[in-house]
Design a protein around this ligand. Structure first.
Ligand code: ATP
Length: 280
C-alpha cells in the first residue's frame, strides 16, 4: 500500500506553560503542505524491515516509522510483520515534522493492511506514544494544536497558498531549541485568535502580521543566517516569513505563484534545500 506522508509548517507557535514533567504546553496553528514523503507498506510474515532512499536516515529502531510499526504490532496484538519503504523528500531535522508524518503514515497503513478498524481517535492515541506531532499528522489540514501538540482542533481550510521553504545546510534539535527558551522573558504571546480569524478571511496581510513563533528568537540568535534568509524573503515579495517549528526551515508566503517562483529562482543556488510548495 502506498501512502503520501505530508509535511507541515507552523503558522504560529506559542508556549503557554510547562507541564510538571518538563514538557512545554503549546498553542500552534499547523498547516499541512503539498510536500510529502512516499511511504510504501506491505504485510510480511514477521519482523519489521525498513528501507529509505536517503543514506543519512537511520533504517533501524531509531526511525520513527520503525517505532510506529513496533508499537502497532505490540499494542494491537498483530501476529505478523511489515515491510516499509520510505521515499524521503521532506528535509530532515527541519521543523517540518518529517519523522512524525512518516510515523502517522505507518499507523494509517497498518490499520488498513491488517484491517484493524481503528478510529481516527484511537490512531491518534497510539500516535502520541511515538511523538507529540503524530496526532496532528494523522488529521492534517489546517488545525489548532494545544497541550503538548496532541489536542488537535481542525480549522477552516487554508489551502492553496504559495509557500517557499528555505533550509540552510544545518539541522536543529527540537530539544535544544526548547531548552534555550525562557518563558519569563516573553514580552508578547501569539495572537492566535487574530491569526485564525485572518486565515478564515484569507486576508494574507493580516495573516502575515499575526504569524509568530516564540522559538524563532532562540534559533535566530544561534544562527543569524536565518535572519538574513527572512529579510531576503521579504525583499523578494514574501508577504510574511516565519521559522517553522524549532527550525531551521524558514518560509515565506506569497500572494501568487509568480512571486513565489521568482523568489525560488533567487534562493535556489544559495541554500541547501529550497522547495516551492503550497498549503494543502
Ligand atoms: P519536528 O518538526 O516534528 O520536530 P523535524 O522535521 O524537526 O520534526 P525530523 O525530520 O523528524 O525532525 O528528524 C529529526 C531526527 O529524527 C533526525 O535526526 C533523523 O535522523 C531522525 N529520524 C528518525 N526517523 C526519521 C524519519 N522517518 N524521517 C526523518 N528523520 C527521522
Amino acid at each position: 500500500m502506498r501512502l503520501e506522508a505530508h509535511a507541515k509548517i507552523n503558522l504560529s507557535l506559542d508556549i503557554v506553560g510547562k507541564r510538571e514533567d518538563g514538557y512545554h504546553l503549546l498553542e500552534m496553528v499547523m498547516q499541512e503542505i503539498e510536500l510529502h514523503d512516499v511511504v510504501e507498506i506491505d504485510k510480511a510474515d514477521k519482523g519489521i524491515t525498513l528501507s529509505c532512499n536517503k543514506e543519512y536516515i537511520p533504517c533501524n529502531a531509531k526511525n520513527t516509522a520503525y517505532k510506529a510499526a513496533a508499537m502497532m504490532i505490540e499494542r494491537c496484538g498483530i501476529n505478523g510483520g511489515v515491510r516499509i519503504s520510505i521515499e524521503k523528500n521532506i528535509p530532515v531535522a527541519a521543523g517540518l515534522a518529517g519523522g512524525s508524518t512518516d510515523a502517522a503514515a505507518v499507523i494509517r497503513g497498518m490499520n488498513e493492511v491488517y484491517a484493524l478498524g481503528l478510529s481516527q481517535e484511537e490512531m491518534m492515541g497510539l500516535g502520541l506514544k511515538v511523538g507529540a506531532d503524530v496526532p496532528y499528522c494523522l488529521v492534517g489540514g489546517t488545525a489548532l494544536c494545544s497541550g503538548i501538540g496532541e489536542i488537535v482542533k481542525p480549522l477552516k481550510s487554508f489551502s492553496g497558498i504559495d509557500v517557499l521553504l528555505v533550509k540552510p545546510a544545518f539541522g536543529v534539535s527540537t530539544k535544544d531549541a526548547y531548552m534555550g527558551f525562557e518563558i519569563d522573558k516573553v514580552k508578547r504571546h501569539v495572537s492566535t485568535r487574530r491569526l485564525i480569524s485572518a486565515m478564515e478571511r484569507r486576508d494574507l496581510d493580516a495573516v502575515a502580521y499575526n504569524m509568530r513563533n516564540l522559538l524563532e528568537n532562540v534559533t535566530l540568535r544561534k544562527h543569524p543566517i536565518l535572519k538574513t534568509i527572512k529579510e531576503s524573503l521579504s525583499e523578494h515579495d514574501a508577504i510574511g516569513t516565519l521559522m517553522s517549528g524549532s527550525g531551521p526551515t524558514v518560509y515565506g508566503i506569497f500572494k501568487n505563484a509568480e512571486d513565489a517562483g521568482r523568489a525560488e529562482g533567487f534562493f535556489k543556488d544559495k541554500y541547501r534545500e529550497v522547495i516551492l510548495t503550497k498549503t494543502r
